[in-house]
Structure formats: C-alpha cells, structure tokens
Design a protein. Sequence first.
Length: 463
Amino acid sequence: MEAHLPHDPATRETTFPNHHAPLATVADNGHSRMPVHYSSHTSRNVTVFAAVIAVALLVAFFVVHHFHSNNASALETATDQAIGRPVPVDVVRVQRASAEGLLNLPGDARSFYETTLFGRTNGYIRKWLVDIGDGVKENQVLAEIETPELDDQLRETKANFAQLKAQANVAATNAQFAKVSYDRWEAAAPEGAVSQQERDEKKAELDSANAKLEAAKADINLGEAQVQRLQTLEKFKEVVAPFDGVITQRFIDIGSLVTAGSTTNTTPLYTISQSDKMRVFVEVPQPVMEDIHKGMQATVIARELPGQTFTGEVDRTALALDPKSRTMKVEVLVPNPKLLLLPGMYVEVSFETSRTNAPLRVPAAAMNFGPSGAQVAVVGKDQRITFRPVTIGRDMGDSVEISSGLSDNDMVALNVGSQVASGDQVEAHVIEMAAPPAPVRKMIPHGPVTAAVPPTTGGTPAR
C-alpha cells in the first residue's frame, strides 16, 4: 500500500505500510494524536516478570535477615563470655641482675701534655726547623726569631751599665777622700787646731759622699738587671721544645711577624703534644657513678685500630656532676708507647664493675609509662593486677634494672595494654625470663675522626 500525503493544509494523515489505520493525525491546532495499541500477550509477560522479581527480593530479604540475626546472637554470646573471663597475660618472675658487668662508655683521648707555643719577644721568623708530625726532644730548637730592635736595646743598656759603673767608681773615690779628710779634722779637733763647725762640715761631706756611693751602687744593680732582662729575652730568639713530644701544628713561616704575648690577637708558633701516655676522659652517668672508683682497671679500644686493646687505670674523678648532663668526668691514664692512639681520637672505654647488692631486673616489655612515670604491672596471688611506680637504674636494652619499687619473687605482667586497669583479675601464664646476659663489648657509633700524621724522629731542614 502506498502512503498518500494529502495536500490539505488543515489535516495531514500519515499511513505506514504495515497498518491499515492512520497512526498519527495532526490537527489544525498543532496537537498530535498518537493512538497506542498493546497486544494481550505482551501484558501477560510483563506481569509474570514482575512477580518473579518480587518473589526473589522477598526470599533474599529473609535470607539476609536470618544471617544477620545469627551473627548478632553469636557476637552477643561471645561478648558475654569475654566479659566474664579474665584477660590472659604472660607473667615472669623478677630476677637479680648480674653482680658483675661491663660498662661501656664513649671516651675522648687527649695527650698527657699539650701546649701551644707563643713568642716571648718581638721580631720576625728567620727560619723554622721542624714541621707537623716531627718528633722533638726537650730543649730542641724549633725556630729562630730575628730581633733587631731587641739587639739595639741590649747594646744601649750595656753601654748605660758601663757608664753607671764608672760613675760608681767616681763616687767611691770621693767617698774615700771625704773619709780621709774627716779623719784628719777629727784628729786635730781636740788640740783646738780646727773649730767644731769645720769638723761638722767634714762629717757632712763624708756622709754625702757615702750616700752618693750607695746611690751609684743601686744604679749599677738596676742597670745590671736591665741587661739581664734583655739577655733573657735574647734567649727567646730560639724557640725550643718544653718537653719531648710531637709537633701537631705549625702557624709560622719565614718572615712571619712575631709579637710577644698570648692574647687573641697574637699568632702562635707551634702546638706540641706528648702522647706516650694518654689521658682518656669519660663522662660517667649519675646512675652508675658509684661503680667507678680510683685505681680500677679500664680497657680502651678504637674502631680504627682493630685487634688493638689498651689497658689503663682510673687516675682521678671530678667528684662532682655536670648540672646539665648529670655526668661525672673521669680521667683514665693509658700507656701508649707505640703512639697508636692519637690525640683527639674517639674511643670506647670499658669498665668491669662489681656490685655487692645487685638490683632487680625485669624485661623491657614489663615497663609501662604514664603521666606519673615508669610503672610495672605486678600480678598478686589473687591473680589481680597492681600497677607499682618504679625507679629505673639502668636500661640494658632488652631488660631494665630496677632500683626501687619491686621485691624478690614478684610476678610482673608483660605487654599490658590499656584494656587492663589496676585491680582487674587476669589469667596468668608464667614464662621463664632469660638469664642475665654475659658481659659483651658493644661498639658505640661515632663521628668521623680526622687522621693525623704519624710522628717521626727526624726534623725538617732549615728553611
């Protein structure tokens, strides 16, 4: 069938090939009229599908509801059982720490003697004879200083001294003449040859001559002292070593200006140290300072010297604590005949300590820390928890030494969380605590160490 499109503008009817009736009609007012036709077979399929979906949703609802009900009931039952059952915890019995131990502390190696040399006279360096790393002997010349001004002063002072001696000779001659004249007048006075006035005048002349002589002698002493002072300064033209040692620093070169003194604006000449015996300074913490005493043995090692062990002795202690670090300075003397230990080295010092009353020891897992400080959960015979404040003596890493707060045979709980409060009943599972570890040397990490030039016995040629 063909589709006919009327040319009437009032009404247009569209006809499709598979239908005998028009599907849409457009009226004059512009509104469309679309008739819809459903078959009875299509309506029945939609109804059946909706019913199946509804039944499936209903079944799913009942299944999920039943599952959640069972889970809630099981959870409620388990909660009731957990509330009524004590919390299981692991407990250990406290033990005594080892009476003997190895205390490892960092140390700072210093020379037995070390000093910085300054000039004692003004001048400039004429030549230097030793350099850093050179071994020197006591009174060995290290450098020579040219002192033209000092030399001129010495010559002038010597000339003045010679003049003072000549003046003293004149004064001595005058005094001798005054003495002879006075004796003559004194002898003639009883016979009336001279008057008493003339005799007194001769006596005054004698006293004046003697006074001038004494003044001349004093001037001679003063001049001699000035000469000796300048001659002493002349000796400082040669810079000598004050003791046997090694030159560790040189601050001068040929022509360097030297100013007498040791102020901040004065350039030093050399630094020399004696290292055949070392002073090792150790800062001992307050909790263990009673274990360190004068005369006890100490072992010193350095990471840069593997296999080398140095034995020393505690020479002195500061007998006072640093208020900032709460440590006590201890000095250990260590023989160093081969000069293997160098000044400024970082070393580890080990002290073998022995305690008559060893403290109690607990695992680190037994410690609890709160606002009131360190605490330990103690399990009593009634299986109830009691938190006790304790004082930590020494932290050994995996275990802690307790100074106060615990008693022998106390049972302490491990890894107690916030769910357990003081007074709660627990289910204790006793485990064995590891024995105190044997003393083991531990290396302490340290910063870089600057290598120094090994000492030698020969000197540097004069420059």
